[in-house]
Ligand binder design. Structure first.
Ligand SMILES: [Zn+2]
Length: 197
């Protein structure tokens, strides 16, 4: 005895999500099945609305138009770029409220250390430095082995370009991932950033 096809399809979709196993997916779909029609409809509409979002053409954060809210804000300081791994890091830093510069979302970190990883937006970062008025680049990658490797790699690429390269103060690095850091820690780590090189 199997679940009807639409049920099986949904279980497969949820099982493919990060940290959701098949049993959990089954429970989620059963839970959804018991919901009222309006709630399901609103859930479906929210999923569909994801398609209207895209990545900012400048910094690759999530955007509702060609540019994200940060890039289209004229009050931001375009001379400072904070390089992060994922959009959730931008959200975390924005929530802390202590940063006024712009961002560059790399899309991950280097996995091997073997040359350029084509999935990372390193060429786009270098081209922004060539065309925009950037004076400082803050490398705010997570303090993992791959994060540190990528920081080292980017530092070597950026230093000849005449920009100041820095990273958040060590307090953050020993405290773990950016997305989990509290607001005060993030603000002080960025304010007390250390110059590399
Ligand atoms: Zn942007």
């Amino acid at each position: 005895m199997r679940y009807p096809k639409p049920f099986q399809n949904l279980i497969a979709h949820f099982s493919a999500l990060p940290s959701v196993g098949p049993k959990m997916a089954e429970r989620i779909v059963l839970h959804l099945f018991k919901q009222e029609h309006e709630r399901l409809l609103s859930f479906a509409e929210s999923l569909e609305a994801l398609q209207d979002l895209s990545l900012c053409t400048r910094c690759f954060h999530i955007a509702e138009g060609p540019l994200c809210d940060v890039c289209s804000d004229p009050k931001r300081d375009p001379s400072v770029l904070c390089v992060v791994e994922e959009p959730m890091d931008v959200i975390a830093i924005e929530r802390s409220g202590g940063y006024q510069g712009l961002y560059h979302v790399l899309g991950g970190v280097m996995r091997t250390g073997q040359g350029d990883d084509p999935s990372l937006r390193i060429p786009e970062l270098l081209s922004r430095i060539a065309t925009e008025d950037v004076k400082e680049v803050i490398l705010a990658l997570n303090p993992t082995t791959e994060g540190d490797l990528t920081t080292l790699y980017l530092r070597k690429k950026l230093e000849p370009l005449g920009v100041t390269v820095s990273r958040p103060a060590r307090g953050l690095s020993t405290g773990g991932d950016i997305e989990y850091a509290d607001e005060a820690t993030l603000t002080s780590a960025l304010r007390n950033r250390e110059k590399l090189g």
